[in-house]
Design a protein around this ligand. Structure first.
Ligand SMILES: Nc1nc2c(ncn2[C@@H]2O[C@H](COP(=O)(O)OP(=O)(O)OP(=O)(O)O)[C@@H](O)[C@H]2O)c(=O)[nH]1
Ligand SMILES: [Mg+2]
Length: 242
């Protein structure tokens, strides 16, 4: 199958620059459809599940567990939450069309509590991209990325790495020097991991769609025209030449 060329719904991705470099992309020539598995790992309470639900369903609910009884969620969200309670693994899918190709993101999110770490292979194996996530408002969660990276790489050495800082809305209220320190450290980590770096906010809808557009562009080696953002205090987006 040739990679998707220009995008319709994902309008910031334009034109191929080569063949699919990732043999783990499942594709089906007859249907012209592709499945891209994306794993999400990182400490507890950093906003992994929120990001996944926001991307797939477009919603953000601060108290989604408490509000279960009020029927605000689809069956898929409820199923994801139940899976999470029992195994620590959430799974959701989102399908988009790029020209005549159907792309299904299969997103696997591992609960950050230590007891779930034995499920890490399920989330990492065959992933085309792994999002290593931390909470921009809790520096310790960035330090933990080292260990998440080491363990995840043990199961999957070829997945495209992303370093994702969450809760940019809270981070943006921090004093400038704190923002600067965390931004510098995140850039250092991203360079060491050869990872794209994205700061996002699920609650304020910042960079959520862009993460998955960049995943798609990198998976297919497509040119991506989303502008990079590098300044302290801004929602960082660094993904070219990483
Ligand atoms: N301010 C702010 N809070 C957020 C954001 N995203 C998530 N949260 C909050 O962070 C808390 C944890 O979110 P979850 O999505 O459950 O975090 P998680 O990483 O899946 O946590 P575990 O499943 O325990 O590993 C919740 O109270 C969310 O409402 C965000 O963008 N900004
Ligand atoms: Mg979760």
């Amino acid at each position: 199958m040739s990679p998707p060329t220009t995008s319709t719904s994902s309008s910031s991705i334009a034109g191929p620059s080569g063949q699919n470099p990732h043999p783990m992309l499942e594709n089906n020539e007859e249907k012209n459809s592709v499945v891209i598995k994306v794993g999400m790992v990182g400490d507890s309470q950093i906003g992994k599940t929120s990001l996944m639900v926001k991307y797939v369903e477009g919603s953000f609910d601060e108290d989604y567990i408490q509000t279960l009884g009020e029927d605000p969620l689809s069956f898929a969200s409820r199923f994801a939450i139940l899976m999470s309670w029992t195994t620590g693994v959430n799974f959701m899918e989102k399908t988009i069309s790029v020209r005549r190709t159907t792309i299904t993101f299969s997103i696997w999110d591992l609960g950050g509590q230590r007891e779930f770490v034995n499920m890490l292979p399920l989330v990492c194996n065959d992933a085309v991209a792994i999002l290593f996530m931390f909470d921009l408002s809790r520096k310790s969660t960035l330090n933990s990325v080292k260990e998440w990276y080491r363990q995840a790489r043990g199961f999957n050495k070829t997945a495209i790495p992303f370093l994702i800082g969450t809760k940019f809305d809270t981070f943006a209220t921090f004093p400038r020097d704190e923002q600067e320190e965390i931004t510098k450290q995140a850039k250092r980590f991203a360079r060491a991991m050869h990872a794209s770096l994205v700061f996002c906010s699920t609650s304020a809808s910042i960079n959520v769609q862009k993460i998955f557009k960049i995943v798609l562009a990198k998976a297919f080696d497509l040119k991506c025209v989303i502008p990079e953002i590098e300044g302290v205090g801004e929602p960082i987006l660094i993904y070219v030449d990483v």
